[in-house]
Ligand binder design. Sequence first.
Ligand code: LLP
Length: 415
Amino acid sequence: MSAFAYRNGGLHAEDVPLREIAAQHGTPCYVYSRAALTAAYRDFDTAFTGHDHLICYAVKANANLAILNLFARLGSGFDIVSGGELARVLAAGGDPRKIVFSGVGKTAIEIRDALNAGILCFNVESASELERINQIAGALNRLAPVSLRVNPDVDAKTHPYIATGLKENKFGVAYDDALTLYQRARGLKHLKITGIDCHIGSQLTDVAPFTAAAERVMALVRSLHADGIALSHIDLGGGLGVQYQAEENPPSINAYAAAILKGVAGRTEKLLFEPGRFLTANAGVLLTRVEYLKRGDERNFAVVDGAMNDLMRPALYDAWHDILPAAQTTDQPETWEIVGPVCESGDFLGRNRRLAIHEGDLLAIRSAGAYGMSMSSNYNTRPRAAEIMVDGAAMHVIRKRETVAELFANETLLP
Ligand code: LLP
């Protein structure tokens, strides 16, 4: 059952009416369900029972401290891509020994901080990065744990902006170079080879690319083994898609797990996963209020107080998010463009929606828990939305709404 459901005509987050959240905390605001986040984590975890594994939540999907803390309490590790994310995970009480560090552009400072924190592993994405980590580890008199992120050259069949596993993408080291690079890494004194990694893209709605990538990775694992390079873990990345609209049918977590487990049958290395969207997307909504209705010859616009700066996915990827009224009505639906106040025609949250709406109504933009707040900006000098976590009948402000004064507090006039 969804954590967001109608009761007595009003949409609730768990036991709290969204109307009540808007009344207390204003709009736009992100609303998350603790139960939904917990359930998603447990479903993922349970699906891999039987094979030693570690979930490393991809922090970029939603980096709020309360959410990181919730996952840390559930036993999660973390996949980070910046020094900023490292600091967040540590501030949220995450265990550094469960952190993997991905990304093509790790700076010397980020590498040093991660080494000092004692992370589980660097997912190394180039030959130069391997040399840099070795050199920094040497200077700190440490042994740096490394995996190579291998690019398996598999088509993830997703939006081109979020496909990462093709030769043409900037990510990882080329499959054909991996063996040579591992041999090079073995020769570097301050590195300890611990694993192998791949991540082919995000919002995958088919298991086939996952199994294809896993097969390619397993072939490498066998070659490495034959060459005397033993690994302690295999990181298969994130990317499992979620349902944004009814026609979309991503594999169930169990189907995904079954396919992966079949591919690694007989191997004893620990499996690592880096899910982001799966854990958070459907555990959050963006709550927004209708400011104005503008009826026109060509189109009807509902101008809401949330915008592309709050939720960028529709503008950036033409992504679909279901939009529900917070109060059910029997009024006749009409077709609406749901748009924000930002001065760009790309500022829409939904197009062509059949809804019965009135000025002052509240709307919930669904599936906004992943890559919503984390990709938000202050464009048009709009303070970022508040974030509220619902837990049963309780609601907690987990991020205050920004104030306008905060937005230019770091700016100075010329002398
Ligand atoms: N691991 C690595 C190395 C990644 O780059 C990503 C996502 C993940 C794990 C998590 O992938 P997930 O399980 O969430 O699919 N902003 C886009 C998504 C970008 C994903 C970038 N990398 C969106 O809103 O759809």
